[in-house]
Design a protein around this ligand. Sequence first.
Ligand code: SF4
Length: 63
Amino acid sequence: MIKINVDMNKCQHYGMCVFEAPKVFKLNDEDKLEYLATAEDSELGNVEAAIDVCPMQAIFIVD
Ligand code: SF4
């Protein structure tokens, strides 16, 4: 499993990450980001892509 943390003080809820890893990130009905704190290893590539596109550099993989 991979552990994911998003710095919600940085996140501006643009949703770029949702396109890269839709199983992990989503925008809720209020257009606020929600995400899974843990995800399957198979999501690693998608999460890394989300990290790369996040304009606020708010997404981290936690060891
Ligand atoms: S791409 Fe970054 S700033 Fe945008 S919603 Fe995702 S974590 Fe937040």
